[in-house]
Design a protein around this ligand. Structure first.
Ligand code: HEM
Ligand SMILES: *[C@@H]1O[C@H](CO)[C@@H](O)[C@H](O)[C@H]1NC(C)=O
Ligand SMILES: *[C@@H]1O[C@H](CO)[C@@H](O)[C@H](O)[C@H]1NC(C)=O
Ligand SMILES: *[C@@H]1O[C@H](CO)[C@@H](O)[C@H](O)[C@H]1NC(C)=O
Ligand SMILES: *[C@@H]1O[C@H](CO)[C@@H](O)[C@H](O)[C@H]1NC(C)=O
Length: 337
């Protein structure tokens, strides 16, 4: 089993492993009984789940290429709060959507609703919100942006509560030093390599001026702009943000905003990272010898970044999943049954 997975990372085989001969090796039921996720979970109850999600994500990205990024980020923001349990999708007064890192920021909820509606039509009550969003929509958001085809694991069930204070405390802020961010990742079992690799998700998507304008003005007594920010990028960002309400957006990877590639790391090598927490992986004085070396390695090799990204996504997707009879399969991702 382990060997099959490793082979698939290098060959990029994706869900096709679940077909034919390998189906016998997946031992889905046994793995689930042990409380583990498996790559063949829906072969039994909803073999078309992955293709339904892929089609919906593809439609959404044709309307707006950025949506792939937004879905990837939802996966991350869900997993860091009470594990990967779809809690970010719940509406209500304790909604995680109202927490600072998500408010006016997390997006893609309507796409999630559309995916879930299709899945309920095809296989009522079978496919969890945690899986169809966390694992599959993020996977296809990455893949359809040109990223790696990693072997996603499935079988998560949906949580029963949202945790707004957990979202406020567990999710990293771009204004924190790298050592604080690394600690937040460590709290959910992710290491420094995972921090650098998963930050590479910022090769797609956008960020609002309020989240990087800290680098543009009055940075210190001697520099009006963050000295680790490329001067020409700084002036174009100043022009973008000036006089606005802070909601204007810039690409996290200006050279190829919607392409999943390793330019994020190349940007950091030339001081073209957008957020403090991006550029800090290469330039901050905050004990970043390890992250700096990793940025150089991934900037030099797309293949190495892609294979590590798949592994770190699987690790992130394994944060405290609800399996067996824990939680439920929500009918509507916005509310518990
Ligand atoms: C390392 C710590 C991280 C910090 C401090 C951070 C911070 C941010 C911020 C501030 C934004 C812009 C939000 C806005 O404009 O409202 C953003 C966007 C984004 N983040 Fe992160 N992030 C981190 C890690 C990650 C990880 C691990 C992933 C996924 C693997 C990720 C994926 C994304 C994506 C794809 C976007 C763009 C979303 C869109 O365009 O809708 N980030 N992040
Ligand atoms: C919310 O998240 C925090 C931080 O992870 C955790 O300590 C707390 O137990 C969670 N609360 C609920 C109700 O799940
Ligand atoms: C970083 O973590 C330390 C220790 O928990 C905390 O005191 C500090 O406020 C954090 N810094 C930021 C900018 O959040
Ligand atoms: C920058 O600092 C100057 C001098 O202290 C001040 O007049 C100006 O309002 C500051 N600008 C911003 C954007 O904070
Ligand atoms: C950004 O847009 C939101 C939603 O329209 C609004 O509430 C907020 O005041 C705007 N400005 C900032 C700085 O977030």
């Amino acid at each position: 089993m382990m060997m099959e997975r490793n082979m698939r990372y290098s060959s990029g085989g994706g869900m096709s492993c679940c077909l034919s001969v390998l189906a016998a090796l997946c031992l889905s039921a046994a793995a689930v009984a042990r409380g583990q996720l498996t790559d063949c979970f829906y072969n039994y109850g909803c073999p078309q789940a992955a293709s339904i999600v892929k089609a919906r994500v593809s439609d959404a990205m044709k309307a707006e290429a950025r949506m792939g990024a937004s879905l990837l980020r939802l996966h991350f923001h869900d997993c860091f709060v009470n594990g990967c349990d779809g809690s970010i999708l719940l509406d209500g007064s304790d909604s995680e959507k109202l927490a600072a890192p998500n408010l006016n920021s997390a997006r893609g909820f309507e796409v999630v609703d559309a995916i879930k509606a299709d899945l309920e039509k095809a296989c009522p009550g079978v496919v969890s919100c945690a899986d169809c969003v966390l694992a599959l929509a993020a996977k296809y958001g990455v893949l359809l942006s040109g990223g790696p085809d990693y072997g996603v694991l499935l079988g998560r069930r949906d949580g029963l509560v949202a945790n707004q204070s957990g979202a406020n405390s567990n999710l990293p802020s771009p204004f924190e030093p790298i050592s604080n961010i690394t600690r937040k990742f460590a709290n959910v079992g992710l290491n420094t390599n995972d921090v650098v690799v998963l930050s590479g998700g910022h090769t797609i998507g956008r960020a609002r001026c309020v989240l990087f304008s800290n680098r543009l003005s009055n940075f210190s007594a001697t520099d009006s702009v963050d000295p680790t920010l490329d001067a020409s990028l700084a002036s174009s960002l100043q022009a973008l943000c000036q006089g606005g309400d802070g909601n204007q957006t810039a690409a996290l990877d200006a050279g190829s905003p919607d392409a999943f590639d390793n330019h994020y790391y190349q940007n950091l090598l030339s001081q073209r990272g957008l957020l403090s927490s991006d550029q800090g992986l290469f330039s901050s004085a905050d004990g970043v010898a390890t992250t700096k070396a990793l940025v150089q390695a991934y900037g030099a090799s797309t293949q190495r970044f892609f294979s590590e990204f798949g592994k770190s996504m699987v690790k992130m997707g394994n944060i405290s999943p609800l399996t067996g009879s824990a939680g439920q399969i929500r009918k509507n991702c916005r509310a518990v049954n």
